[in-house]
Design a protein around this ligand. Structure first.
Ligand SMILES: [Zn+2]
Length: 239
């Protein structure tokens, strides 16, 4: 199955939190998106084991995307050669033009590991001769694949970035992001007005305000941005 984009994150809910609006917008434009959760997201604060997986599936259904989990242990995700190769194999399987990772992170060690795993996997996926690398045999039967763009959404556990490469206006699809996050009753107090969800929304509004729209999600880019035609940009708030 080919996907236009892979979104690789440490936990079920990270992709939705960091870039749920962008995902909803891409899907509305016909893009096929695969969410890759590195861990199972267990244990959770408000539910028994297994509930979060069902809620993650529901969030994916709401956003209109597919989802897989590598099943690593939440809290103990590590950047290892085995995990790098598993993600590289997924990239070669699905041949996405764009991969989204997690932005620079230091608060949650799983998020920091995810950022480094994705960077490595995108690089490794374009290499050949895996039959000559110990442990790399399961990549040897695949064609190499070069990802065109590696982007990093902002991790909301980190302070707001003062500089970012670009932002996506997600105002029109923001309801869908909120619906997807509301599926996670195992980790958010969705009925009692969850404090974290309110802060997440405040960040998206803050960046929207900077850019002159209601809600925006911000991204950094692994490589400098290049456009064929500079008219692709939307109007800036001050030109
Ligand atoms: Zn997370």
């Amino acid at each position: 199955m080919a996907y236009d984009a892979l979104v690789v994150a440490a936990h079920p809910d990270d992709a939705e939190t960091q870039m749920g609006g962008t995902i909803a917008k891409l899907v509305s434009k016909g893009q096929r998106i695969l969410l890759v959760d590195l861990s199972d997201g267990e244990p959770t604060e408000f539910a028994e084991r297994g509930v979060r997986a069902r809620q993650a599936a529901e969030a994916a259904r709401i956003l209109g995307v597919d989802r897989v989990s590598l099943g690593l242990q939440d809290r103990l995700v590590l950047d290892t050669p085995v995990v790098r190769l598993e993600v590289a194999r997924l990239i070669r399987d699905h041949r996405p033009r764009t991969v989204y990772g997690t932005g620079e992170a230091c608060v949650h060690p799983d998020h920091a590991a995810a950022a480094s795993i994705v960077r490595a996997a995108v690089f490794l996926s374009r290499l050949d001769k895996w039959d000559e690398v110990p442990g790399g045999k399961h990549l040897a039967d695949q064609e190499a694949w070069k990802v065109s763009r590696l982007f990093f959404p902002h991790c909301k556990m980190e302070p707001a970035w003062s500089e970012f490469a670009f932002a996506v206006d997600v105002s029109e699809v923001y309801d869908r992001k909120c619906q997807a996050l509301a599926a996670y009753e195992s980790i958010f107090d969705t009925k009692g007005g969850d404090r974290l969800l309110a802060l997440y929304e405040a960040e998206d509004q803050y960046f929207g305000r900077l850019l002159g729209v209601r809600y925006a999600e911000i991204f950094r880019s692994h490589s400098p941005l290049l456009v064929e035609d500079p008219t692709v940009f939307l109007p800036g708030i001050h030109g």
